[in-house]
Design a protein around this ligand. Structure first.
Ligand SMILES: Nc1ncnc2c1ncn2[C@@H]1O[C@H](COP(=O)(O)OP(=O)(O)OP(=O)(O)O)[C@@H](O)[C@H]1O
Length: 254
């Protein structure tokens, strides 16, 4: 979605004309994305299309070479916005090596520069473990959990400081269909309570009926941005028709 330079900054996420290069590889090209409060947006695209890089750019881990990112109307470099943000990276990158129980892992979400100690007995942690259906496994080491259980621990950890914006990178990856439905219901409940959700997906899957918008990336560019139920006819000769069709299952124009 194009964003004009002088539009007011009411968006929870505003990425403007962003180029991102990793090493010498251009990964994102001229990306503009605007997400308003209370939306639940799916970010889709083939492997290597730049989804994780865009998420990392949005949370301030990866810098833009050109363009800008703001959260809640402030530059992403402003540390104040990070208190309002929960980020769940792809679980294999973080959770699989954590030598801690579910309770301890969720408690680390309370750590801040000002508060070095977080008790695993904090009532918030108990409530969040119940929300994600892990009360019975609270004292099990994360390393002994299934992929879906680890995802739920990491989501609970991201929620412990009650973020207004929750950003998740492929939370359904390696997760069985029943757990995907549980996670989809959880995310939908959060959205109904007012949390803005941005989630990287390989396919619309269990979240399709809950998304307010689907954004498709192809080779580092936004090639579709609309409601998941939108079925625009796409010229099959269009450069990005295949990518959009693969992600959204749309009818191509004969
Ligand atoms: N550190 C890096 N240095 C150079 N290129 C990188 C680096 N990290 C990722 N890339 C490249 O950037 C491109 C986008 O990667 P990214 O992980 O953002 O894609 P993705 O859409 O999330 O893929 P997947 O669905 O496989 O997770 C890929 O071509 C990848 O090889």
């Amino acid at each position: 979605m194009a964003v004009s330079e002088d539009s007011p900054d009411t968006a929870v996420i505003a990425v403007r004309d962003a180029d991102v290069t990793l090493g010498v590889t251009p990964v994102l090209r001229d990306v503009s994305v605007r997400i308003e409060a209370g939306e639940m947006v799916g970010l889709l695209g083939a492997n290597g299309s730049g989804k994780s890089t865009l998420l990392r750019t949005i949370v301030g881990i990866v810098p833009t070479r050109r363009g800008s990112v703001s959260l809640f109307g402030r530059p992403v470099a402003d540390r104040a916005v990070h208190d309002r943000l929960g980020y769940v990276p792809q679980f294999s990158a973080e959770a699989s090596s954590i030598p801690a129980t579910a309770r301890e892992t969720v408690a680390t979400g309370l750590l801040t520069a000002r508060r070095w100690f977080a008790s695993g007995r904090d009532p918030r942690i108990h409530a969040l473990l119940a929300d994600v259906g892990l009360t019975a496994l609270a004292d099990r080491p994360v390393t002994q959990m299934s992929g879906g259980q680890r995802q739920r621990v990491m989501i609970a950890r991201a929620l412990v400081r009650r973020p207004e914006l929750l950003v998740l990178d492929e939370p359904f990856s390696g997760v069985d269909m029943a757990t995907q439905r549980t996670l989809a219901t959880l995310l939908s409940r959060l959205q109904q309570r007012g949390t803005t959700v941005l989630v990287v997906l390989h396919e619309l899957g269990a979240l399709s009926e809950h998304l307010t918008r689907a954004i498709v990336l192809d080779h580092g560019r936004v090639v579709h941005d609309g409601h998941p139920a939108d079925r625009p006819l796409i010229d099959p000769g269009h450069d990005h028709a295949f990518a959009v069709d693969q992600c959204l299952g749309q009818e191509l124009q004969p």
